[in-house]
Design a protein around this ligand. Structure first.
Ligand code: HPA
Length: 271
């Protein structure tokens, strides 16, 4: 990754009309509906943005959408890049750097995740308070990282407490139940064994998924305040583990999505 590449990506988007968005939003698996709330949308398909990772077949609909929600200028990633698609850490976090250079001042992240904490049920949402990186690498482990900021990035408080408190209040007043906990990231794409779910619980995780953490690390590198919410799509009970049903995961994400849209819209309104 070079600064020139970032400049070219950003110039392309600016020439399409992506001018100084305030908020960047990453939408996870089955959580694309927020784009329908965007007024005066301008779309840029990932395949057409210079230096964006080339989209895989499964993922060809990925796009950045710019416009306004609740009167605020936003840029929304509909679909993200994952390590399990064969991309590397720099690829999957490149869009975060592009949105930052476009001018975002805050980042919202959503994902679908499995519930490790068995007090949580599928269809619940969880505010991510902290995380554990089990993806075996870092998006900051590259030679010229110094050109982009610090190498030894502080992670004592990776999620913004102010926005997190606001979203909790919104959940309360909207009657939406919002759990809180620790998200652990794994590479995937295979799901976990019973032994692995037991291990993740022992490690202190409340939810497990295959994304988000690299994006959060890079956003911290860029000093971008983050709020992140998981939609819990399956219950990871090692003593009673049903075979994974991807169709059901997507269905549950879809059913929970309207609540996610409400939380994010109301938060945008309050910022
Ligand atoms: N494990 C990992 N990733 C996931 C899961 C899970 O159980 N559910 C949704 N994403």
């Amino acid at each position: 990754m070079t600064q020139n590449q970032l400049d070219e990506s950003v110039e392309h988007l600016k020439s399409k009309g992506f001018s100084t968005p305030e908020i960047g939003i990453v939408l996870g698996t089955g959580l694309g509906q927020l784009v329908n709330e965007i007024e005066n949308p301008i779309e840029a398909h990932y395949n057409h943005i210079p230096y964006f990772p080339l989209a895989t077949v499964e993922f060809h609909s990925g796009k950045l959408v710019y416009g306004t929600i609740e009167g605020k200028k936003v840029v929304v990633m509909q679909g993200r890049f994952h390590l399990y698609e064969g991309y590397d850490f720099l690829d999957i976090t490149y869009p975060i750097r592009v949105m930052h250079q476009l001018g975002i001042k805050k980042l919202f992240i959503s994902n679908a995740a499995g519930a490790i904490n068995l007090d949580f049920k599928k269809g619940d949402m969880m505010l991510i308070e902290d995380h554990i990186n089990l993806q075996g690498g870092s998006p900051l482990a590259f030679k010229n990282v110094g050109e982009f900021g610090d190498r030894f990035v502080d992670m004592s408080e990776p999620y913004d407490t102010e926005m997190s408190e606001k979203i909790e209040k919104i959940a309360n007043s909207e009657g939406i139940s919002l759990q809180k906990g620790v998200y652990v990231s794994v590479v995937g794409p295979q799901l976990e064994t019973k032994a692995e779910y037991r291990m993740l619980k022992t490690l202190g995780a409340d939810a497990v998924g295959m994304s988000t953490v690299p994006e959060v690390i890079v956003a911290n590198h860029l000093h971008l305040p983050i709020v992140a919410v998981s939609v819990l799509t399956d219950e990871c009970d090692p003593d009673n583990l049903a075979p994974i049903n991807i169709q059901e995961i997507i269905e549950i994400a879809g059913k929970t999505e309207p609540k996610m849209v409400t939380l994010f819209k109301e938060l945008i309104k309050e910022l």
